[in-house]
Write a protein of this length. Structure first.
Length: 293
């Protein structure tokens, strides 16, 4: 095993996976601390690089597109302090960092890990349940339902409708945008059959963010939900909704229906093996499919 220990965190590599542990230094972001230790399988990596500066440098991991629900939900908008796939390295540890980089690259070559995008999550996303308060509300997620509650800073028109509970089965998308300059950010959920173009300030399915310290934590809620939605690549290839529930729309024939259910069983198995579905979630979804068969 090769390991590099810094104030910013500790990275360890055992040949099969990288273990990324955030440091306890006061400069380590709240998001990284709340996210905790990450285990990144070698197969999820597309590359690693070391950028050297005069006083410090930076180790960077590049994941395969679609491998991590956190990166997918945030769309590359996580800034450097909050990105768990970067590690600040002091200049006197460049030798160790170079050795670490070479070991990971050699493993990628030996295992012939492709760099192409994947069609299934290779990381499970943040653990649930979780709840975050920031901006004009609180967003909570228990793995099945999203709960949105408002505070005294919420626009009256949005607060008047009261708290919101959204079933995961009704969610078709989630997006997180940080505040940038004079523009506020948001955490927004796209609800099936209820499209809206309202600004987050008035959207009852969105939390508006103003750039304060806890705002990045909303990315954890976004990632946890994203991990339990159909993978975008798989959903694009399969016209049937790829979530771990059965499609509600009828299919053309009994034979087609049987093939679709068998395909769903295979998809559930993939989601369970990659950690997207817990044992309990997998068992319930599998039982529902078997009843249809």
């Amino acid at each position: 095993m090769v390991e590099i220990i810094q104030k910013d965190g500790t990275w360890a590599f055992d040949g099969d996976a990288l273990r990324l542990t955030p440091g306890r230094d006061k400069n380590v972001s709240l998001l990284r601390k709340e996210l905790g230790e990450l285990v990144v399988p070698l197969g999820a990596l597309a590359g690693i690089s070391l950028e050297q500066g005069k006083k410090s440098g930076r180790l960077r991991l590049r994941l395969r597109d679609g491998a991590d629900p956190l990166l997918l939900a945030t769309g590359g908008r996580l800034t450097e302090p909050h990105d768990p796939y970067q590690l600040i390295v002091e200049s006197d540890r460049y030798g160790v960092a170079e050795y670490f980089t070479d070991e990971v690259r050699n493993a990628l070559l030996l295992d012939q890990v492709p760099s192409e995008p994947v069609d299934a999550y290779l990381l499970p996303g943040p653990a649930v349940p979780l709840s975050v308060s920031a901006g004009d509300g609180t967003a909570g997620f228990d793995g099945e339902r999203i709960r949105l509650e408002w505070n005294w800073k919420t626009e009256d028109a949005k607060a008047a409708a009261g708290s919101r509970t959204l079933a995961l089965a009704d969610i078709t998308g989630v997006e997180w945008h940080p505040a940038a300059g004079l523009e506020n950010g948001h955490l927004r959920f796209t609800v099936r059959h209820a499209p809206t173009k309202a600004p987050p300030k008035y959207d009852p399915n969105a939390v508006e963010l103003w750039g304060f310290r806890k705002d990045p934590l909303m990315a954890l809620v976004a990632a946890a939900v994203q991990a339990r939605l159909p993978h975008p690549a798989r959903a694009a290839d399969d016209p049937v909704d790829a979530r771990p529930e059965l499609p509600s729309a009828p299919v053309a024939s009994a034979e087609d229906d049987h093939d679709a259910l068998l395909r769903r069983l295979r998809e559930l198995g993939d989601l369970h093996r990659t950690g997207v579905l817990t044992d309990e979630e997998f068992a319930l979804a599998k039982q529902a499919v078997l009843k249809r068969i």
